[in-house]
Design a protein around this ligand. Structure first.
Ligand code: PNS
Length: 167
């Protein structure tokens, strides 16, 4: 049984993340989406909101669980019985940080492997930060995030008018 963790901040989850989730299910028997509960990062959404948004957006998939975690990722992996971590790579700019993180995790716990999936070209530019930046100035984020997330982002920014407009 291959239980794999896909960890991240997911503030909020994007189509890029959802593509990695879907493709991870081709290599994992069970996928745990681990949502980092780290107030030091000052996320826009609470960890419960981030978990809920991913759950809503992944209802069509089976063999997937969404869980909040804090502390070390490798400890969360041991706790959940996972032996691998999957991360998406969008561009070369991601690589340095991802390599450092995977090597750190390998030193902390050599039993946990990191597997990289390269993001689809159509999502290579996409990030949670871009989503928030566009939404903040009332731009259309419907090509970046699913509908449940779009609504929550606009509600969070108190841009209800625009959220309702696109119903
Ligand atoms: O979506 P993000 O913010 O790029 O995800 C980063 C994440 C959550 C994968 C990373 O910050 C993490 O694993 N944090 C947990 C703390 C940890 O284990 N740190 C040691 C590895 S650098």
């Amino acid at each position: 049984m291959k239980r794999v963790i896909y960890p991240g901040s997911f503030d909020p989850v994007t189509f890029g993340h959802l593509d990695i989730i879907e493709r991870s299910l081709n290599i994992a028997d069970e996928l745990i989406v681990g949502v980092l509960n780290n107030s030091a990062k000052h996320p826009l959404f609470s960890v419960d909101e981030r978990v809920a948004m991913i759950e809503e957006a992944t209802r069509q998939f089976s063999h997937i669980k969404v869980e909040a975690f804090d502390g070390l990722l490798v400890d969360f992996a041991v706790k959940t019985g996972a032996n691998a971590v999957v991360r998406g790579l969008r561009a070369i700019t991601d690589f340095e940080y991802e390599l450092q993180m995977s090597q750190t995790n390998a030193v902390l716990n050599p039993n946990i492997e990191t597997v990289f999936l390269t993001s689809k070209l159509q999502y290579a530019y996409l990030s949670s930060s871009i989503v928030k930046e566009v939404a903040l100035v009332k731009g259309d984020i419907s090509k970046f995030v699913p509908e449940n997330v779009r609504k929550r982002v606009f509600e969070k920014f108190n841009l209800k008018e625009r959220a309702d407009e696109q119903d």
